[in-house]
Design a binder for this molecule. Structure first.
Ligand code: PMP
Ligand code: GLN
Length: 384
């Protein structure tokens, strides 16, 4: 977790996975699937491993994956990044985000984002000597306040980071919010970095990337990865797409981080992205059913879950569980719930700034990116 002094220690996700391992609890904390991805993807990677695909790829990625990313952006969103100059393959979305931020941020710059937020943004903004300015999504509805958003912009604002669908809240931003972000970015001449790793985990309609809004593409870097869509968080393959003048700077930066991502896994990812629409539809339906199992379990246990429109997370007000276990907030509840109920979640305050942490004191995030039988078992344990 980041401290106010700007010192880094381990992430809350690592900490919660360690807690689960130590107590033998069901780990609904760190978000990662517990099944393998599609066989077409695994077979393509295995064939590449056995077929001599074991050396460096070009810095921007294997051309097959650059093509597959560009085709995917066109098939689902009508976007047309140039496969060679408008797509760069990265080591997970994590490297894509880090390279996108570090390519453009300089000391003293400001970056606007909503909170609570994925912890990497705060850490990388600090590495750049820049400052994160956050706009809270307030419980229990987590809808953005557009006046507060506008007020977060100022003369030093250089970038907006928009995570849509949003981790941890599961919120999806509607057109009014996306258009306002684009307007403000234009007014302040900012780069927009969108983190869309949950693009295919949507429960009430199709994902709409901010880059698809009128005038947005030219100033937007769109980041995603194989992790969630293809149940391959351990592959560490992601990508950034957008206009050549922005993507070129990301490519130049990432060249000095890792040079390139794992070649055979890039070839597996290319096969995965090309799967037919039925794969993507089945994925969303499967996750929707798991979401409902977890939501019902949380409600039966006395928590008050917020229904997510996207991601594989449910945030819930766990005030009643705190009272039952005699603790003051979600941060104190996490170890107690692991020990007594055998379930681990992530306390939402760990993903918020010191200034706004109090808003989320009794909120906890649970992942439903897990097998259904485990979710059912977790639900029983929480209720028991
Ligand atoms: N952004 C968000 C919002 C995430 O939840 C995660 C973690 N899955 C990442 C980025 C990092 O993705 P990757 O594992 O592809 O690096
Ligand atoms: N994205 C995952 C989550 O939010 C975890 C990734 C990580 O451990 N950094 O839970």
């Amino acid at each position: 977790m980041l401290t106010t002094a700007g010192e880094l220690s381990g992430t809350v996700f690592e900490e919660m996975s360690r807690l689960a391992a130590r107590t033998g609890a069901i780990n609904l904390g760190q978000g990662f699937p517990d099944v393998d991805g599609p066989p077409e993807m695994l077979d393509a990677a295995a064939a590449a491993l056995r077929g001599g695909g074991n050396q460096y790829s070009p810095v921007a990625g294997v051309p097959q994956l650059q093509e597959a990313v560009a085709e995917h952006q066109c098939r689902f969103y009508g976007l047309e990044p140039d496969p060679a100059s408008g797509v760069v393959v990265t080591v997970g979305a994590s490297e894509g985000l880090a390279a996108s931020l570090l390519a453009f941020l300089r000391p003293g710059d400001e970056v606007v984002t909503f909170e609570p937020h994925y912890d990497l943004y705060g850490a990388v903004v600090e590495f750049a000597g820049a400052r994160l300015v956050t706009v809270p999504l307030e419980p229990p509805r987590f809808s953005p306040d557009l006046d507060r958003l506008a007020a977060a912009f100022g003369p030093r604002t250089r970038m907006v980071v928009l995570n849509d669908p949003h981790n941890p809240t599961g919120t999806v931003f509607d057109d009014a919010v996306l258009s306002r972000v684009v307007e403000l970015a234009e007014e302040h001449d900012c780069v927009v970095v969108t983190d869309e790793v949950y693009e295919h985990l949507r429960y009430d309609g199709a994902h709409r990337p901010l880059a698809a809004l009128p005038g947005a593409f030219e100033r937007t870097l769109t980041v995603s990865s194989v992790g969630k869509t293809f149940s391959a968080t351990g592959w560490r393959v992601g990508w950034v797409s957008g206009p050549e003048h922005l993507v070129g700077a990301v490519r130049a930066t990432k060249a000095y981080f890792t040079h390139s991502a794992a070649t055979p896994l890039q070839l597996g990812a290319a096969a995965a992205l090309g799967l037919p629409d039925a794969f993507y539809e089945g994925l969303a339906e499967d996750f929707r059913q798991r979401r409902d199992v977890l939501m019902q379990g949380l409600a039966a246990a006395g928590a008050e879950p917020f229904e997510p429109q996207g991601t594989f997370f449910v945030v819930a007000d766990v005030r009643a569980l705190c009272e039952r276990h005699g603790v003051g907030d979600a941060t104190a509840l996490a170890p107690v719930l692991a020990e007594r109920s055998g379930v681990v979640g992530v306390p939402v305050p760990a993903l918020a700034s010191a200034a706004h942490r109090g808003l989320y004191g009794t909120w906890m995030r649970f992942s439903f990116g897990k097998r259904r039988d485990l979710l059912e078992q977790a639900a029983q344990r929480l209720a028991g």
